[in-house]
Design a protein around this ligand. Structure first.
Ligand code: GAL
Length: 304
């Protein structure tokens, strides 16, 4: 069975609860997609990172809280956002987090590890990568090398290479700015398709949505192209802020948040197929769709 995705609605899990998949990270592990999200039960401050899994990106099984509030960086009055996970080549899982104080002044990246995708994750600590501010993050992996995308509003959006154990940042690979040079984009995500890298980002407007952008390069180190829109100009990316672009069999899926600041827990999700090729990324609205619509490909684990 392939479930239907309705952009602009909340995601309801198999048990009928609103899935806490805000600021989501997604990875395919075996024949399932795993997703980690901000549990916004308490609003903007930290409750937990929730984990879910699915075969069709529509039907979500709650796998438990992967990381829960505790002390220090993980205290309940802190900000813990945008959980992103990479499977290390050694077979364990590393979670990256935006770690902050309630006034967003700390601006650090945190690291946690687990033996299984759903965790539970053991929190190791946080750093300012190479001394830089680090707020919204994204991750990328190629040939066993891990990369961290991180927004630093002094210097720009950094692409860092991670150390071999993925538990610290080793070097800057590239730093990008908006075309007007004012600052870098945030909520970054990176994919590779057809010999090109596509770097996506959102402008710095807090919980308000804006027109999200894409830049391309043939090398991770750049040069990166001027930024281009991905959705109709002025649509604020169909009223959403991207979190990730997920490669799936037959195409790519854009996943964004339609933040409702007064009740973040019930923020709807905007999940849409995104067409990517020849240096262009295009998002078109659909009221509903299924993963099987992506060029007719079957969902992983779907033997129908
Ligand atoms: C956005 C960011 C969100 C959240 C929000 C708080 O810029 O992408 O993850 O931090 O600000 O205002």
């Amino acid at each position: 069975m392939t479930g239907v995705i309705r952009p602009g609605e909340v995601i309801v899990d198999e048990a009928g609860a609103i899935a806490q998949l805000h600021g989501i990270g997604v990875q395919r592990v075996g024949d399932r997609f795993y997703a980690w999200g901000e549990n916004k039960a308490a609003g903007s401050t930290f409750t937990a990172v929730s984990c879910y899994s699915s075969t069709d990106l529509a039907t979500w099984r709650f796998e438990g809280e992967a990381l829960t509030a505790g002390e220090g960086d993980l205290a309940a009055d802190r900000i813990v956002e945008r959980p992103k996970v990479l499977e290390h080549p050694d077979g364990h899982f590393v979670m990256f987090l935006h770690i902050d104080s309630a006034d967003y002044a700390d601006a650090r990246v945190g690291f946690a590890v687990a033996d299984a995708p759903a965790g539970p994750y053991r929190y190791l600590g946080s750093e300012r990568p190479l001394g830089n501010l680090s707020r919204d993050i994204g991750v990328y992996q190629e040939d066993g090398v891990g990369y961290l995308l991180s927004e630093d509003r002094v210097n720009g959006l950094h692409l860092y290479r991670l150390a071999p154990d993925y538990l610290s940042v080793e070097a800057i690979v590239a730093t990008t700015l908006k075309d007007d040079g004012s600052h870098g984009y945030e909520s970054p995500t990176l994919i590779r398709e057809g010999g090109l890298y596509y770097l996506f980002g959102s402008d710095l407007t807090g919980w308000a949505m804006n027109d999200n952008m894409v830049s391309t390069a043939t090398d991770l180190a750049g040069p990166w192209s001027p930024w281009a829109g991905i959705a109709p100009a002025g649509s604020a990316t169909f009223e959403s802020q991207m979190s990730v672009v997920v490669p799936v069999d037959g195409g790519h899926v854009y996943i964004g948040d339609r933040w409702t600041p007064d009740d973040l827990r019930t923020s709807p999700a905007v999940w849409l197929p995104i067409e990517i090729g020849d240096g262009v990324a295009t998002l078109r609205w659909r009221d509903e769709w299924t993963i099987a619509d992506l060029r007719g490909a079957a969902a992983p684990g779907d033997d129908a």
